[in-house]
Design a protein around this ligand. Sequence first.
Ligand code: ATP
Ligand code: MG
Length: 253
Amino acid sequence: MDEVILKLLDLSKSFEGKKVLDAISLEVKEGEAVAILGKSGVGKTVLLKSMVGLLKADSGHIFFKGVDITRLKRKDLFAIRKHFGFVFQGSALFDSMTVYENIALPLEQRGLGRDEINIRVKTVLELVGLPGIENLLPHELSGGMKKRVGIARAFVTQPQIILYDEPTAGLDPVTGIRINHLIGELNRKRNVTAIVVTHDIRSATSICDRIVLLSQGKLVVDVHVKNIEKVEHPEFVEFLKSAKIQEVRNDKK
Ligand SMILES: Nc1ncnc2c1ncn2[C@@H]1O[C@H](COP(=O)(O)OP(=O)(O)OP(=O)(O)O)[C@@H](O)[C@H]1O
Ligand SMILES: [Mg+2]
Protein backbone atom coordinates (compact mmCIF):
# COMPACT_ATOMS: atom_id res chain seq x y z
CA MET A 1 0.00 0.00 0.00
CA ASP A 2 2.76 2.41 -0.84
CA GLU A 3 1.37 4.08 -3.93
CA VAL A 4 -0.17 7.49 -3.35
CA ILE A 5 -3.75 7.37 -4.64
CA LEU A 6 -4.78 10.91 -3.76
CA LYS A 7 -2.62 13.95 -3.22
CA LEU A 8 -3.77 17.48 -2.42
CA LEU A 9 -1.29 20.26 -2.90
CA ASP A 10 -1.92 23.77 -1.55
CA LEU A 11 -5.66 23.51 -2.07
CA SER A 12 -7.55 26.72 -1.27
CA LYS A 13 -11.22 27.66 -1.42
CA SER A 14 -13.04 30.81 -0.36
CA PHE A 15 -16.70 31.74 -0.25
CA GLU A 16 -17.53 35.44 -0.49
CA GLY A 17 -14.08 36.44 0.65
CA LYS A 18 -14.01 33.99 3.56
CA LYS A 19 -11.16 31.50 3.26
CA VAL A 20 -12.52 28.06 4.16
CA LEU A 21 -9.58 25.99 2.90
CA ASP A 22 -6.16 27.61 3.17
CA ALA A 23 -3.41 25.82 1.25
CA ILE A 24 -4.32 22.28 2.29
CA SER A 25 -1.82 19.55 1.43
CA LEU A 26 -2.46 15.87 2.10
CA GLU A 27 -1.29 12.52 0.77
CA VAL A 28 -3.37 9.36 1.00
CA LYS A 29 -1.89 5.99 0.11
CA GLU A 30 -3.72 3.18 -1.64
CA GLY A 31 -5.63 1.05 0.87
CA GLU A 32 -5.25 3.58 3.67
CA ALA A 33 -8.14 4.86 5.80
CA VAL A 34 -7.81 8.49 6.84
CA ALA A 35 -10.17 10.37 9.13
CA ILE A 36 -10.73 14.10 8.78
CA LEU A 37 -11.69 15.58 12.11
CA GLY A 38 -12.90 19.11 12.71
CA LYS A 39 -15.52 21.25 14.36
CA SER A 40 -18.84 21.95 12.70
CA GLY A 41 -18.57 24.55 9.93
CA VAL A 42 -14.78 24.28 9.64
CA GLY A 43 -14.88 23.10 6.02
CA LYS A 44 -14.83 19.28 6.12
CA THR A 45 -17.60 18.88 3.54
CA VAL A 46 -16.07 21.58 1.35
CA LEU A 47 -12.74 19.72 1.50
CA LEU A 48 -14.34 16.37 0.63
CA LYS A 49 -16.34 17.81 -2.27
CA SER A 50 -13.28 19.64 -3.57
CA MET A 51 -11.32 16.36 -3.60
CA VAL A 52 -13.64 14.91 -6.19
CA GLY A 53 -14.27 18.11 -8.14
CA LEU A 54 -17.89 18.54 -6.98
CA LEU A 55 -16.69 21.94 -5.77
CA LYS A 56 -14.04 23.73 -7.75
CA ALA A 57 -11.05 24.81 -5.67
CA ASP A 58 -9.80 28.37 -6.25
CA SER A 59 -6.17 27.28 -6.39
CA GLY A 60 -3.94 24.30 -5.78
CA HIS A 61 -3.84 20.82 -7.22
CA ILE A 62 -5.50 17.43 -6.72
CA PHE A 63 -3.69 14.40 -8.06
CA PHE A 64 -5.44 11.06 -8.49
CA LYS A 65 -2.76 8.45 -9.11
CA GLY A 66 -0.49 11.20 -10.35
CA VAL A 67 -3.04 12.83 -12.71
CA ASP A 68 -3.85 16.45 -11.84
CA ILE A 69 -7.65 16.47 -11.93
CA THR A 70 -7.85 20.24 -11.53
CA ARG A 71 -6.48 20.53 -15.07
CA LEU A 72 -8.82 18.05 -16.74
CA LYS A 73 -11.60 18.75 -19.21
CA ARG A 74 -15.12 17.81 -18.05
CA LYS A 75 -15.17 14.55 -19.97
CA ASP A 76 -11.83 13.39 -18.53
CA LEU A 77 -12.85 14.50 -15.04
CA PHE A 78 -16.00 12.35 -15.29
CA ALA A 79 -13.86 9.37 -16.31
CA ILE A 80 -11.64 9.81 -13.23
CA ARG A 81 -14.64 10.37 -10.94
CA LYS A 82 -15.78 6.83 -11.75
CA HIS A 83 -13.02 5.61 -9.45
CA PHE A 84 -14.53 7.55 -6.53
CA GLY A 85 -17.49 6.70 -4.34
CA PHE A 86 -19.11 9.49 -2.33
CA VAL A 87 -21.31 9.01 0.72
CA PHE A 88 -23.06 12.33 1.26
CA GLN A 89 -23.66 13.83 4.70
CA GLY A 90 -27.44 13.64 4.37
CA SER A 91 -27.55 10.34 2.39
CA ALA A 92 -28.82 12.29 -0.68
CA LEU A 93 -31.12 9.53 -1.89
CA PHE A 94 -33.75 10.50 -4.45
CA ASP A 95 -37.06 10.51 -2.56
CA SER A 96 -39.25 9.49 -5.48
CA MET A 97 -37.03 6.54 -6.42
CA THR A 98 -36.95 3.13 -4.78
CA VAL A 99 -33.82 1.80 -3.09
CA TYR A 100 -33.20 -0.33 -6.20
CA GLU A 101 -33.50 2.68 -8.53
CA ASN A 102 -31.26 4.80 -6.32
CA ILE A 103 -28.48 2.21 -6.26
CA ALA A 104 -28.92 1.22 -9.91
CA LEU A 105 -28.67 4.80 -11.19
CA PRO A 106 -24.86 5.10 -11.35
CA LEU A 107 -24.72 1.68 -13.04
CA GLU A 108 -27.29 2.72 -15.65
CA GLN A 109 -25.27 5.87 -16.27
CA ARG A 110 -22.30 3.61 -16.99
CA GLY A 111 -24.37 1.59 -19.46
CA LEU A 112 -24.36 -1.75 -17.64
CA GLY A 113 -26.88 -4.42 -18.70
CA ARG A 114 -30.00 -5.14 -16.63
CA ASP A 115 -28.88 -8.59 -15.42
CA GLU A 116 -25.53 -7.27 -14.22
CA ILE A 117 -27.28 -4.32 -12.48
CA ASN A 118 -29.72 -6.66 -10.72
CA ILE A 119 -26.92 -8.86 -9.43
CA ARG A 120 -24.82 -5.92 -8.24
CA VAL A 121 -27.72 -4.19 -6.44
CA LYS A 122 -28.65 -7.44 -4.70
CA THR A 123 -25.02 -8.09 -3.70
CA VAL A 124 -24.36 -4.63 -2.22
CA LEU A 125 -27.63 -4.67 -0.26
CA GLU A 126 -26.58 -7.98 1.26
CA LEU A 127 -23.15 -6.52 2.00
CA VAL A 128 -24.61 -3.58 3.97
CA GLY A 129 -26.93 -5.95 5.83
CA LEU A 130 -30.16 -4.91 4.12
CA PRO A 131 -31.10 -7.77 1.81
CA GLY A 132 -34.39 -7.60 -0.04
CA ILE A 133 -35.27 -3.94 0.51
CA GLU A 134 -35.05 -3.07 -3.20
CA ASN A 135 -38.66 -1.90 -3.45
CA LEU A 136 -38.77 0.40 -0.43
CA LEU A 137 -38.80 4.17 -0.82
CA PRO A 138 -36.37 6.37 1.17
CA HIS A 139 -39.14 7.68 3.47
CA GLU A 140 -39.79 4.08 4.54
CA LEU A 141 -36.19 3.73 5.86
CA SER A 142 -34.71 4.66 9.24
CA GLY A 143 -31.76 7.08 9.40
CA GLY A 144 -29.29 4.21 9.80
CA MET A 145 -30.79 2.30 6.87
CA LYS A 146 -30.53 5.40 4.67
CA LYS A 147 -26.85 5.74 5.58
CA ARG A 148 -26.28 2.09 4.67
CA VAL A 149 -28.11 2.50 1.35
CA GLY A 150 -25.90 5.56 0.73
CA ILE A 151 -22.84 3.36 1.32
CA ALA A 152 -24.29 0.64 -0.94
CA ARG A 153 -24.77 3.20 -3.73
CA ALA A 154 -21.21 4.48 -3.30
CA PHE A 155 -19.76 0.96 -3.34
CA VAL A 156 -21.84 -0.54 -6.17
CA THR A 157 -19.63 1.00 -8.86
CA GLN A 158 -16.59 -0.75 -7.36
CA PRO A 159 -14.63 2.44 -6.68
CA GLN A 160 -10.98 2.51 -5.62
CA ILE A 161 -11.63 5.20 -3.02
CA ILE A 162 -14.72 6.16 -1.04
CA LEU A 163 -15.22 9.55 0.59
CA TYR A 164 -17.60 9.33 3.56
CA ASP A 165 -19.14 12.52 4.95
CA GLU A 166 -20.09 11.91 8.58
CA PRO A 167 -21.42 8.39 8.00
CA THR A 168 -22.39 7.86 11.65
CA ALA A 169 -23.63 11.32 12.66
CA GLY A 170 -27.03 11.32 14.30
CA LEU A 171 -27.18 7.54 14.72
CA ASP A 172 -27.52 5.53 17.91
CA PRO A 173 -24.16 4.05 19.09
CA VAL A 174 -25.00 0.47 18.07
CA THR A 175 -25.94 1.45 14.51
CA GLY A 176 -22.90 3.73 14.40
CA ILE A 177 -20.62 0.84 15.35
CA ARG A 178 -22.19 -1.34 12.63
CA ILE A 179 -21.54 1.33 10.04
CA ASN A 180 -17.96 1.82 11.22
CA HIS A 181 -17.50 -1.94 10.99
CA LEU A 182 -18.82 -1.92 7.42
CA ILE A 183 -16.50 0.92 6.39
CA GLY A 184 -13.59 -0.95 7.99
CA GLU A 185 -14.49 -4.15 6.12
CA LEU A 186 -14.70 -2.42 2.75
CA ASN A 187 -11.35 -0.83 3.49
CA ARG A 188 -9.46 -3.83 4.82
CA LYS A 189 -11.05 -6.77 3.02
CA ARG A 190 -11.78 -5.08 -0.32
CA ASN A 191 -8.83 -2.69 -0.20
CA VAL A 192 -10.99 0.37 -0.86
CA THR A 193 -9.17 3.50 0.27
CA ALA A 194 -11.34 5.44 2.70
CA ILE A 195 -11.48 9.09 3.66
CA VAL A 196 -13.91 9.54 6.51
CA VAL A 197 -15.10 12.94 7.69
CA THR A 198 -16.25 12.84 11.26
CA HIS A 199 -16.29 14.80 14.49
CA ASP A 200 -16.31 11.62 16.49
CA ILE A 201 -12.74 10.69 17.40
CA ARG A 202 -13.79 7.23 18.54
CA SER A 203 -15.19 6.42 15.10
CA ALA A 204 -11.97 7.77 13.65
CA THR A 205 -9.72 5.60 15.80
CA SER A 206 -11.82 2.47 15.25
CA ILE A 207 -11.81 2.68 11.44
CA CYS A 208 -8.77 4.63 10.39
CA ASP A 209 -4.99 4.37 10.19
CA ARG A 210 -4.46 8.11 10.35
CA ILE A 211 -6.30 11.14 11.68
CA VAL A 212 -5.96 14.69 10.37
CA LEU A 213 -7.48 17.72 12.04
CA LEU A 214 -8.86 20.66 10.08
CA SER A 215 -8.86 23.93 11.99
CA GLN A 216 -9.24 27.47 10.66
CA GLY A 217 -8.65 26.42 7.08
CA LYS A 218 -5.48 24.42 7.78
CA LEU A 219 -4.61 20.80 8.44
CA VAL A 220 -3.00 21.30 11.82
CA VAL A 221 -2.56 17.65 12.86
CA ASP A 222 -1.68 14.58 10.81
CA VAL A 223 -1.09 11.58 13.06
CA HIS A 224 -1.15 7.78 13.02
CA VAL A 225 -3.87 6.44 15.37
CA LYS A 226 -1.16 4.75 17.46
CA ASN A 227 0.23 8.16 18.38
CA ILE A 228 -2.88 10.22 19.17
CA GLU A 229 -2.02 10.52 22.85
CA LYS A 230 1.19 12.33 21.90
CA VAL A 231 -0.59 15.14 20.02
CA GLU A 232 -0.45 18.47 21.81
CA HIS A 233 -2.65 20.64 19.60
CA PRO A 234 -5.31 22.01 22.01
CA GLU A 235 -8.26 21.37 19.69
CA PHE A 236 -7.19 17.77 19.13
CA VAL A 237 -6.73 17.31 22.89
CA GLU A 238 -10.27 18.67 23.34
CA PHE A 239 -11.62 16.05 20.92
CA LEU A 240 -9.76 13.32 22.83
CA LYS A 241 -11.09 14.59 26.16
CA SER A 242 -14.68 14.67 24.93
CA ALA A 243 -14.38 11.02 23.85
CA LYS A 244 -12.99 10.07 27.26
CA ILE A 245 -15.75 11.91 29.15
CA GLN A 246 -18.22 9.92 27.05
CA GLU A 247 -16.44 6.67 28.02
CA VAL A 248 -16.59 7.52 31.73
CA ARG A 249 -20.30 8.26 31.41
CA ASN A 250 -20.87 4.94 29.68
CA ASP A 251 -18.94 3.12 32.44
CA LYS A 252 -21.16 4.66 35.09
CA LYS A 253 -24.33 3.45 33.42
N1 ATP B 1 -21.84 26.53 -1.51
C1 ATP B 1 -21.47 27.36 -0.52
N2 ATP B 1 -21.60 28.70 -0.62
C2 ATP B 1 -21.18 29.54 0.35
N3 ATP B 1 -20.61 29.12 1.50
C3 ATP B 1 -20.45 27.79 1.68
C4 ATP B 1 -20.87 26.85 0.68
N4 ATP B 1 -20.57 25.60 1.12
C5 ATP B 1 -20.01 25.77 2.34
N5 ATP B 1 -19.94 27.07 2.67
C6 ATP B 1 -19.35 27.61 3.91
O1 ATP B 1 -18.11 26.99 4.14
C7 ATP B 1 -17.90 26.74 5.51
C8 ATP B 1 -17.60 25.27 5.74
O2 ATP B 1 -18.76 24.48 5.44
P1 ATP B 1 -18.77 22.90 5.51
O3 ATP B 1 -20.11 22.46 5.08
O4 ATP B 1 -17.61 22.37 4.75
O5 ATP B 1 -18.55 22.64 7.07
P2 ATP B 1 -18.38 21.23 7.80
O6 ATP B 1 -17.05 21.22 8.45
O7 ATP B 1 -18.69 20.14 6.86
O8 ATP B 1 -19.51 21.35 8.94
P3 ATP B 1 -20.49 20.22 9.55
O9 ATP B 1 -19.66 19.43 10.54
O10 ATP B 1 -21.54 21.03 10.26
O11 ATP B 1 -21.02 19.41 8.42
C9 ATP B 1 -19.17 27.22 6.22
O12 ATP B 1 -18.91 28.52 6.73
C10 ATP B 1 -20.20 27.29 5.13
O13 ATP B 1 -21.14 28.29 5.38
MG1 MG C 1 -20.20 18.78 6.70
